[in-house]
Design a protein around this ligand. Sequence first.
Ligand code: SAM
Ligand code: SF4
Length: 326
Amino acid sequence: MELPALSALYHQPLFELISQSRQVHLEHWRGEHVQRCSLLSIKTGGCSEDCSYCAQSAHYSTGVEREDLLPIDDILSAAHRARAQGATRFCMGAAWRGVRDGTPKFEQVLETVREVGQLGMEVCVTLGQIGAVEARKLRAAGVTAYNHNIDTSPEFYPEIVSTHTFADRLNTIAAVQESGMSVCCGGIIGMGESEDDRLRMLEVLSNFDPPPESVPINCLMAMPGTPLAEQPPVDIFELVRLIAVTRLALPIARVRLAAGRTRITREGQALCFFAGANSIFFGDKLLTAENPSADRDVQLLRELGLDTEMFARGSPSESRGLTAAP
Ligand code: SAM
Ligand code: SF4
């Protein structure tokens, strides 16, 4: 979808917009399903990149300590815990610029993926830049989806990162697409970007071929010590509008209400689910940032009458909850 069309959708009266997005949502998804994903930082801090939102960048003094890649057993324990709490997707993130085939750390990641893959959850990894060889090996090891966010518009990207380019991000995404892994790709709002930057990001995402299977919409967690530490919280109606337009532009993508939920009220989150968000990250930590507790999330979903059960796994339409509809 192109920018003028996205902009026309975005600027409708709010209730008109969310009525449309709800309708499209219900054509493709069961309205009461919200997938719960668990995200574990398997390698924290000390990253060479200077992403100005990120507490894990070695360029800023954020108090996040550099840690080694977690041992496989620790990751497996966390994966078991996540599954017991109802996660159907387990995501592992590493604070790396990227990773190359033939290195011990890549071998360890492959081994970890093989083990976690036995637990029956979708397996997602986010390891920074990779090429065709790494993508093929990750897929063969059992990765369902590779997360690599474009984060914002191509125009605004150089304002927030100088150590790699928007084109570098797209190259990794192309390698992931060629490998057959699904692409999880979204962005962050609240970094000082304009409304058009947010919509340009959706324009780029909706023109991916194939479109991303999953689109995380993060609200900036303003991390002390980073250049964006003083950014004000995102306005809830701007977030709801963006989620609704994401649903309209990417009807079959899972739209993930990702970082920043601690700054969104329960009522605000309910509006986001109505507008088209159908996944959350749960667990007390989101990489290095705070997240609502798993109990509070389950309570909120229950109060809204949303589904906290495990999803049926199988065909894509099953996992979208369509064939299981009453
Ligand atoms: N290093 C890899 C990369 O950059 O792709 C993977 C890890 S990185 C931490 C994954 C994503 O987390 C980023 O692309 C960004 O969208 C999100 N993220 C990181 N810090 C954030 C923050 N403070 N607020 C919101 N989202 C953030
Ligand atoms: Fe490193 Fe990823 Fe953080 Fe950028 S977002 S500094 S690449 S961990």
